[in-house]
Design a protein around this ligand. Structure first.
Ligand SMILES: Cc1cc2ncn([C@H]3O[C@H](COP(=O)(O)O)[C@@H](O)[C@H]3O)c2cc1C
Ligand SMILES: O=C(O)c1cccnc1
Length: 345
């Protein structure tokens, strides 16, 4: 008995790492079927550009030769941030709760976009009344809190969906996202920081200072992307990472929203560069250095509308495009069906 080694105490993050190592890959047979059908559709080859690629991408991750976008869903995760005590947002914390009421009443931008495109919409309240700790003074979350929050995010797909858009609400979360990019990608924090919901020059300088302090405080611990997430992230950022991972396991393609949602994606990408293969970047946000962050992840945004809202709004706009791409692929007539002459060559 005495020479049996004690079991090594597992980290709460072990389950997350296990999910990452078990990620399914693309279904190549479905991609081949999509390509074969695309060649029969009544249009010049390649003329639908990235829409053709989107149909292949849907097929690859849904593992369906005929992909579908019949039940698209935007999931918005809401969290409160202790770092707002440092004066990093133009708006007070109470806006979180007020916006959740606005979402429920149908009065937010995301409600209108989802209604316009026939997209389901769900909001997940991540302990809004218990803000994370100020990450410039201590880790934002314990390991247990971070893992439980990721697990909660995995519930996003529980009701069933064939295309998931990921969004967030959380006053102060552009500071958290900028801190995550700074930790993962390096360089001066000022390079990654933007004005979020609209801070003035002094607010912008405070955001930079807070991130510099946080990087110095957390130091070497930030070499592990999951530590970056729990130390600098908000709960909504943890939950978005969980949702992206769960969607992969269940073969649900994902549309990432803007600057903040992409920070959750960046953590997964840093853990495993294949972790975002089932994701598209919905749009290029006007916030901070979103373009550089997406480049690091190898993602070309579908849309560039100069939006910088969050709430999943850019993802929802992109889902409109993806729905149309899927409809073209599945419902267009073939040359034979429509008696349209094929070109030569
Ligand atoms: C009324 C209102 C609605 C929003 N909807 C999304 N955000 C966006 O702004 C917040 C992040 O910006 P910052 O880091 O500057 O606080 C997040 O809640 C984000 O979703 C909003 C912000 C406000 C004020
Ligand atoms: O692009 C975003 O995600 C964003 C930008 C500004 C404020 N909140 C979110």
């Amino acid at each position: 008995m005495t020479d049996t080694p004690a079991p090594t105490s597992g980290s709460p993050f072990d389950d997350i790492r296990a999910l990452l190592s078990a990620m399914p890959g693309p279904d190549e047979a479905a991609v081949a079927a999509v390509r074969a059908r695309d060649a029969e559709l009544t249009k010049p080859a390649g003329s639908l550009g990235r829409l053709e690629w989107l149909a292949e991408w849907l097929g690859a991750w849904q593992a369906k030769p005929k992909p579908s976008v019949a039940r698209p869903l935007v999931a918005v995760f809401a969290g409160a941030h202790g770092v707002t005590a440092r004066g990093v947002s133009a708006f007070p914390d109470v806006v979180n709760r007020q916006m959740l009421e606005n979402f429920a009443a149908g009065g937010a931008a995301i409600n209108q976009i989802c209604a316009a495109y026939g997209i389901g919409f769900k909001v997940f309240d991540l302990a809004l009344d218990i803000p994370t700790k100020d990450f410039s003074a201590e880790p934002a979350m314990s390991e247990k809190d971070a893992v439980a929050t990721m697990a909660f995010g995995m519930e996003a797909i529980a009701g069933g969906t064939d295309l998931l858009g990921i969004g967030e609400m959380g006053i102060g979360n552009t500071t958290s996202a900028a801190a995550i990019y700074s930790a993962l990608y390096g360089g001066e924090p000022a390079r990654w920081v933007g004005r979020g919901s609209g801070v003035d020059d002094e607010g912008l300088a405070r955001k930079v200072r807070v991130i510099e302090e946080a990087l110095a405080l957390h130091g070497e611990a930030l070499s592990d992307p999951l530590e970056v997430l729990r130390r600098l992230g908000g709960r909504e950022i943890c939950a978005m990472a969980g949702a992206i991972l769960a969607a992969r396991a269940e073969r649900v393609p994902v549309v990432i929203d803007g600057y903040v949602a992409s920070a959750a994606a960046a953590v997964l990408h840093a853990l495993d560069p294949r972790a975002l293969d089932h994701c598209v970047a919905g749009h290029l946000s006007a916030e901070g250095a979103h373009r550089e962050a997406l480049e690091r992840m190898g993602k070309t945004p579908l849309l560039a509308l100069n939006m910088r809202l969050g709430e999943g709004s850019g993802a929802a706009m992109a889902i409109g495009v993806i729905k149309a791409a899927c409809a073209c692929h599945t419902d267009m007539a073939t040359f034979e069906q429509a008696s349209v002459s094929r070109g030569e060559g």
